[in-house]
Ligand binder design. Structure first.
Ligand SMILES: [Fe+2]
Length: 225
């Protein structure tokens, strides 16, 4: 992705968060110069837990159709890392028809929440033992604690306020009908080891630096560790 495109997506994202009265931590709007000047020990948790802006087009070059804007608000680690925080929260934006592609998590259990805007659509498949899509057996999910049985590949619609719990190894993809503010509350998140995308696609895009960074992505801030 070009840096100019990423900068623009972040500006649009800030507008949408504001419209929906979702307020971000102060470091969401630190510019790259501020990040570089900061005492790295003081912001150790932010750098090591990879908090902040995260934009991906899954390396496919068509963000508007296949992409996701995420902002990791908080993310834990095990006691050995010194944080002892067993949970994660993200806020995301999916646009009308913009798809976050089929994937599951080996470890993470997550609630995906429609926090406002349009309707959030999610498609589910169980994973087979070979980690393929199980196109036969029905899927069980819980929508705000209410058990729902869907056919393989079934689509669930969530209106603002509704959420669904996604267990480990349940394939899921999602997109907006209209632009949607999407919340995620989960176990600790590790995007480097815990995502199994159905198609072999990269989680983080390569970036072409065609203009200066305004707000860095986590892919940038990890270089400050
Ligand atoms: Fe997921």
């Amino acid at each position: 992705m070009k840096r100019s495109e990423i900068n623009q997506i972040i500006r649009d994202g800030e507008d949408f968060f504001r419209q929906n009265s979702f307020y971000l931590p102060e470091w969401a709007s630190w510019d790259w110069d501020i990040w570089q000047r900061k005492d790295k020990e003081e912001i150790h948790e932010i750098l090591h837990q990879e908090l902040g802006w995260d934009i991906t087009d899954f390396g496919l070059g068509d963000f508007r159709k296949k992409g996701l804007l995420l902002f990791t608000v908080r993310n834990g680690a095990t006691a050995e890392a010194g944080y002892e925080k067993p949970y994660c929260e993200k806020i995301m934006i999916v646009d009308d028809g913009q798809v976050c592609l089929q994937h599951f998590h080996w470890d993470k259990v997550e609630d995906i929440i429609n926090r406002g805007g349009g309707t959030l659509l999610l498609q589910f498949y169980n994973a087979t033992a070979e980690e393929d899509l199980d196109r036969e057996n029905p899927v069980i999910v819980y929508v705000d604690g209410i058990k729902r049985l869907l056919p393989a590949g079934g689509i669930l619609a969530l209106n603002p306020g509704q959420s669904v719990t996604l267990p480990q190894k349940l394939y899921h993809s999602f997109w907006g009908e209209g632009k949607v503010l999407v919340g995620e509350v989960s176990k600790i998140n590790d995007d480097h080891t815990d995502n199994r995308f159905y198609e072999a696609i990269p989680r983080f895009p390569e970036i072409e630096e065609d203009e200066p960074i305004t707000y860095p992505l986590t892919k940038d801030t990890i270089r400050l560790r």
